[in-house]
Design a protein around this ligand. Structure first.
Ligand code: NAD
Length: 444
């Protein structure tokens, strides 16, 4: 209830507050080292200077003896000597892994390996959209591992929903943000933590000072060489300077010919679209009026074979369908800007991507890119390869996901870090104990 004379704090005010803070965050205030140090120093100063007020308020609220409040809430450096401490990694318990279809073997097995390494029992639900891999995984894991603790449940939404009704100790999900939201709300019922490996529109910014052939080959490898663009970290769209776009397109055209021949529809080196649903979805993106007349390359498709040729568009409008959601297919829009640093605003106007790429030799641009773009991971002068470095965590941020894995990070993802402090019966400081006397306070 609002106190008399105090304005009610309603949703409008809450919205205005968040907007104000977001503007402050966006203009970089909180990122500066000096700002962070100065704010922390101010808090230390505040506690120091206003100790009496703090103790009085604690007394008013909880009748907290001044001595106890000083030890537990104000003076936080009370010695625990003699003691030793350790962090114990313990398995979370029984965990659920729900995986997707585009790398259906790796994206199923890798989290399962992390779960087992950390000591959990695990149920894997592979994607029904890759049925051959799903049934092979079920068969192989039944044969090769201990089925008292490691199991596979095959199926689609009904089976996934039945699993989600249960209480798990963590849920590891790879797939779309739409289903990610369903997973998270199911997990909330049991206060189960989630790791969500989602997707997003991964940008690749291309400067004009690059080795254009190498840059283009690496873009092609990351886009069409990875499941025909059906990869979560495939470049979703390119941004380049207006003046450089013709050269970039010419090189894409010639290198695509080297990779996939005169007629890419016949290339054995180009994956097909996974199913008719996704083929139709991609066709709709290509056929939107304001996009189809921006096509500069490709466009061939064959519904029977579920194949779409590498297709490039130049300067599609920001409000076109192709720029709305993750493309997840062989279509590549190129946006142009006057100045490459203008690309930051384009990228930051969209949800945070899973990966962001930059091709440049300009050190200042690299630094600014790393500093100003928030994404799950980042790779300068290549695509995709950061995912193969096991010393780097792999995961999203914002709408591209939460939590990370790979290498040691997989072990950590499926462990609880238990903080343990060991004390002996020596060094029993009486200053902690009541009755609280002024003499004891002086000793602290
Ligand atoms: P999908 O349709 O295979 O769904 C993933 C899983 O969710 C499947 O096991 C499916 O059975 C289950 N599922 C679907 N609907 C459900 C529901 N209503 N309730 C419970 N479970 C449900 O895969 P998708 O969603 O098409 O995957 C594509 C997305 O995955 C893209 O956005 C891509 O970027 C993302 N992705 C992310 C990563 C990563 O590592 N971050 C990797 C690959 C793909």
């Amino acid at each position: 209830m609002a106190e008399e004379g105090k304005e009610t704090f309603d949703a409008d005010r809450a919205g205005a507050l968040v907007k104000e803070l977001r503007e402050c965050f966006d203009n970089g205030t909180t990122k500066s080292y000096d700002w962070r140090v100065s704010q922390l120093e101010s808090i230390a100063k505040m506690v120091d200077e206003r100790e009496k007020d703090i103790l009085a308020a604690l007394h008013q609220d909880l009748s907290k003896p001044e001595h106890e409040a000083f030890v537990s809430e104000v003076k936080t450096s009370m010695t625990t000597y003699p003691s030793s401490a350790e962090i114990v990694s313990e398995p979370l318990g029984v965990v659920l892994v729900i995986s997707t279809w585009n790398y259906p073997f790796m994206l199923s097995l890798e989290p399962v390996i992390g779960a087992i390494a950390a000591g959990n029992a695990v149920v894997l639900k592979p994607s029904e959209i890759a049925p051959a891999t799903s049934s092979l995984l079920a068969k192989l894991l039944e044969e090769y591992v201990d089925n008292t603790a490691i199991r596979v449940v095959e199926g689609a939404v009904a089976e996934a929903s039945a699993l989600l009704e249960q209480k798990w100790d963590t849920i590891f999900y790879t797939g779309s943000g739409r289903v990610g939201r369903i997973i998270m709300s199911a997990a909330a019922r049991h206060l189960t933590p989630v790791i969500l490996e989602l997707g997003g529109k991964c940008p690749a910014v291309v400067d004009s000072d690059v080795n254009i052939e190498v840059a283009v080959r690496r873009i092609i490898a990351g886009k069409w060489g990875c499941n025909s663009g059906q990869a979560c970290i495939a470049p979703d769209y390119l941004i380049t300077a207006k003046a450089f776009a013709p050269k970039l397109i010419d090189t894409l055209r010639s290198e695509l010919k080297v990779f996939f021949g005169e007629n890419p529809m016949e290339s054995k080196d180009l994956s097909r679209i996974v199913n008719l649903y996704h083929f139709t979805r991609l066709s709709k993106l290509m056929d939107e009026d304001k996009v189809s007349d921006k096509k500069v390359l490709g466009g061939q498709r064959d519904e029977n074979q579920l194949k779409i040729a590498p297709t490039i568009f130049l300067d599609v409008p920001e409000d076109s369908l192709i720029m709305e959601d993750e493309i997840f297919g062989p279509l590549l829009p190129i946006l142009t800007v006057e100045n490459l640093e203008d690309s930051f605003a384009v990228i930051n106007s969209k949800p945070k991507p899973l990966a962001a790429y930059l091709f440049t030799n300009n050190e200042e641009l690299k630094n600014n890119f790393v500093k100003n773009i928030s994404s799950g991971g980042m790779l300068i002068n290549d695509t995709i390869l950061h995912v193969t470095v096991s010393g780097l965590p792999f995961g999203g941020v914002g709408e591209s996901g939460m939590g990370s894995y790979h290498g040691k990070f997989s072990f950590d993802a499926f462990s609880h870090k238990k903080a343990v402090l060991y004390r002996s019966f020596e060094g029993d400081t009486p200053t902690r104990y009541p009755p609280y006397t002024p003499g004891k306070l002086k000793l602290l």
